[in-house]
Design a protein around this ligand. Structure first.
Ligand code: GTR
Length: 398
């Protein structure tokens, strides 16, 4: 494994230097047998594909059920200028106070029937998502960013509302959808602490001090948290939990995809510029490499994945097959033209190459089930992106 000074900073941004490659056929079983119908996909193809991603990339999520309990912290019937009800709920995963996650939920007051909802993790604390003064500051480690109100790894008042443009709570609720979010550091703070903080220690066996080589890293913990948030949303009568879209930007897009691959309750999935280790094909060797991911962020994936630093093309799968694990549920992949680090074209090609599985499972309806856009600009999630996601959700969740 490289030291920090050796982190490969050079990335290929030259389309002519993309090597020749052949993508694994998502409909071929490891022994070479073709999957020819939906039953065989769900009985054999999907489990085999899933097992490879689990073992070699994201790591296995422990299945132990925890004594989860929730505490309602606030209820505001007149949030977002009176148009929405907001709720904050703290979810504990043991009898202890830590670890816990705080779920922030907005539901439009205009809707009389249970609403479809977007669920996503946020980068800097729930208080950044809107300007609502009653939203609690993140109470776990945050990445320092003094200009955005994150100082000494603590969220401050100055960070309130700094992510309003990225979250568009007003637009989402105006269009009749709910929005729910959790600060990702509640689940596992995003630094390499050898998995002493966050939710992993809850699952250690007697004598275990860190996840085994094939067990989850931080992305696995973030994805697990999305499923625990959905568990809670299922208890809310005003939410239609069968119409929950899970989304994420960048590293949290990787987590959203992995959450949806594992948890088929998520009805629709959105990858916003998830890039390498998310929606982007590895075999193109364009933009961020696995060597970079594993050295800059050694805690994100499972330890087995470190074997593939500098051997990106040696994995038995590529990321179109992660997207195929979402089939036949609607999937939207979005890129930005200047976000070459995330390989926009590789994200597009992964979505296109998931189509054989969608076609097999959904027939003629498959065509519209995969959405894609590449907007001008850089690495970000913007109002334009949300407008596309809302249109896509209108087509599939209404
Ligand atoms: C980068 C990382 C990407 C992406 C991004 C983000 O530093 O190399 O894989 O996850 O962070 O999350 O914004």
């Amino acid at each position: 494994m490289e030291t920090a000074e050796e982190i490969p900073q050079t990335a290929n941004y030259d389309e002519s230097k993309v090597p020749a490659y052949t993508l694994p056929d998502p409909l071929l079983l490891p022994g070479g047998h073709p999957v020819t119908d939906a039953a065989a996909w769900f009985e054999k193809g999907r489990p085999a594909t899933f097992l490879e991603f689990e073992t070699l990339m994201y790591g296995r999520t422990p299945s132990k059920t925890l004594p989860v309990r929730s505490e309602i912290l606030s209820l505001n019937p007149r949030a977002l200028g009176g148009k929405a009800i907001s709720q904050q709920v703290r979810i504990y995963f043991s009898e202890q106070a830590e670890p816990h996650m705080t779920l922030l939920i907005f539901l439009p007051n205009s809707q009389k029937t249970p609403v479809p909802l977007f669920l996503g993790l946020n980068f800097n604390g729930n208080q950044t998502v809107t300007n609502e003064p009653d939203v609690l500051l993140a109470d776990h480690w945050v990445r320092d960013n003094p200009e955005a109100g994150a100082v000494n790894h603590q969220a401050t008042e100055a960070s309130r509302g700094t992510g309003v443009e990225n979250w568009q709570a007003q637009l989402i609720t105006d269009r009749g959808y709910g929005l729910a979010t959790v600060y990702y550091g509640d689940l596992d703070p995003d630094f390499d602490d050898d998995f002493q903080n966050g939710v992993q220690p809850l699952f250690y066996e007697e004598g275990q001090t860190r996840p085994a080589p094939g067990e989850w890293g931080a992305i696995g913990a973030w994805a697990w948290g999305l499923s625990r948030a959905l568990d809670f949303l299922e208890t809310l009568p005003r939410v239609d939990a069968k119409r929950v879209a899970v989304l994420g930007h960048s590293r949290l897009g990787k987590a959203a995809l992995w959450a949806a691959a594992q948890d088929q309750r998520f009805a629709l999935v959105i990858s916003n510029e998830s890039g390498s280790g998310g929606a982007a094909l590895a075999r193109r060797m364009f933009g961020e490499t696995y060597a970079h991911l594993n050295t800059a962020f050694p805690h994100w994936f499972c330890r087995n994945f470190h074997t593939y630093s500098h051997h990106d093309a040696d994995l038995p799968f590529d990321q179109h097959q992660l997207l195929a694990l979402i089939a036949p549920r609607p999937l939207y992949v979005a890129s930005a033209s200047e976000d070459l680090w995330a390989d926009p074209y590789g994200e597009y090609l992964a979505a296109e190459n998931a189509r054989p599985v969608y076609n097999l499972l959904a027939g003629d309806a498959a065509r519209d089930k995969i959405g894609y856009h590449k907007r001008p600009g850089g690495h970000d999630i913007t109002r334009y992106d949300w407008e596309r996601y809302l249109d896509f959700a209108d087509a599939h969740l209404r």
